[in-house]
Design a binder for this molecule. Structure first.
Ligand SMILES: [Zn+2]
Length: 330
């Protein structure tokens, strides 16, 4: 059983979790309806980890929170809108922004894409995996730019290893959910700021995206989990971006690993029975309840991630049929 030491605070009402560590929940306009950010006292000043969505509601919450307790530095774990959304606004209030270099590069790349380009890439990806080309939810402009209107003007590269201004904290990266998601760890009174990598109840989306169709993000994520299981202390307090802070990291990692192992087994079995499958044919097997238009690209991306993982391990092949659709087969 995971252990939850704090009870859920209201939005924008900081809750002290441990000495010098505050949990702040911010609203999200989509499930899971909230994102957690953390204010942490370090030997080099108070830092904030993650920032919330780039909308007016969150901006107004920061205006009042910040005047009471500003932070000199903001660490952004990864490029997703609920994490980087307010970084530009907080930069404007005087904070230095630290982001892993591959994450800010990804943010700038997506931010710059035209809506037509995004739709075209997603349609081609849908077709290549056996769905019709009209990708719902991707024809309404650049959704990323809608949730992150402005990116920080300058950001410092967050590097692996000890934080230079607070050496009791170290940074490590995990792939799979995004290019190089940062986790912050402290050994003394152990804490892991885990962002989306180690959520207590749900698993982070692990997707292949159109711009990198041969990628193996599930392999990246599983490798990261192995490293975390090896290196992190069993008794640490885990601070996730969604859900409640918890203890029981090894148990949680084992459960996430088992979840993906079961999905890989399901696909192996389906390929064994049918001879070959497309991602579209496997979508409903992996996601029987999650096919509203907005989540379809994530469900397809995650299905392809599991199939690509088997392909990249050399267990199966991935030729295209005469319609150009990938068939995964032994
Ligand atoms: Zn994320």
């Amino acid at each position: 059983m995971l252990e939850y030491p704090g009870s859920e605070p209201g939005f924008a009402s900081p809750l002290a979790l441990a000495a010098g560590v505050e949990w702040i929940r911010l609203p999200l306009s989509f499930p899971p309806r909230h994102v957690n950010v953390y204010r942490i006292e370090t030997s080099g000043g108070t830092i904030l980890v993650d920032t919330g969505l780039g909308n007016r509601e969150t901006r107004e919450l920061w205006d009042s929170l910040w005047s009471r307790a500003p932070c000199s530095k903001v660490v952004v774990t990864h490029f997703h809108p609920d994490h980087i959304g307010q970084a530009a606004a907080l930069e404007g209030l005087g904070a230095k922004i630290l982001v892993p270099a591959p994450e800010i590069a990804k943010a700038r790349q997506i931010h710059a894409l035209g809506a037509d380009e995004l739709t075209l890439h997603m349609s081609r990806f849908f077709i290549a995996h056996g769905l019709s080309g009209s990708a719902p939810g991707f024809g309404r402009g650049n959704g990323y730019r809608y949730m992150v209107p402005v990116l920080p003007e300058r950001s410092l590269a967050l590097l692996k290893g000890a934080l230079d201004f607070a050496p009791e904290w170290s940074v490590r990266f995990a792939g799979g959910h995004s290019p190089a998601h940062a986790l912050l760890t402290r050994d003394q009174a152990p804490i892991v700021v885990a962002g989306d990598i180690l959520l207590p109840r749900i698993t982070p989306n692990i997707s292949v995206w159109p711009e990198d169709p041969d990628a193996d993000p599930l392999g990246d994520y599983l490798r990261a989990l192995d490293g975390l299981r090896r290196d992190l202390p069993t008794d640490g307090l885990i601070l996730p971006a969604h859900g409640s802070p918890y203890r029981g990291i090894h148990e949680r990692i084992a459960a996430i690993q088992a979840h993906h192992a079961a999905r890989l087994d399901l696909l192996r079995e389906a390929i064994g029975t049918a001879g070959s499958v497309s991602a579209a044919e496997m979508l409903l097997r992996l996601f029987p309840h999650e096919l509203d238009p907005g989540s379809l690209p994530f469900a397809l991306g995650e299905t392809v991630a599991h199939l690509n993982h088997l392909w990249r391990r050399g267990e199966i092949e991935r030729p295209r049929d005469r319609h150009g659709v990938y068939r995964y087969m032994r």
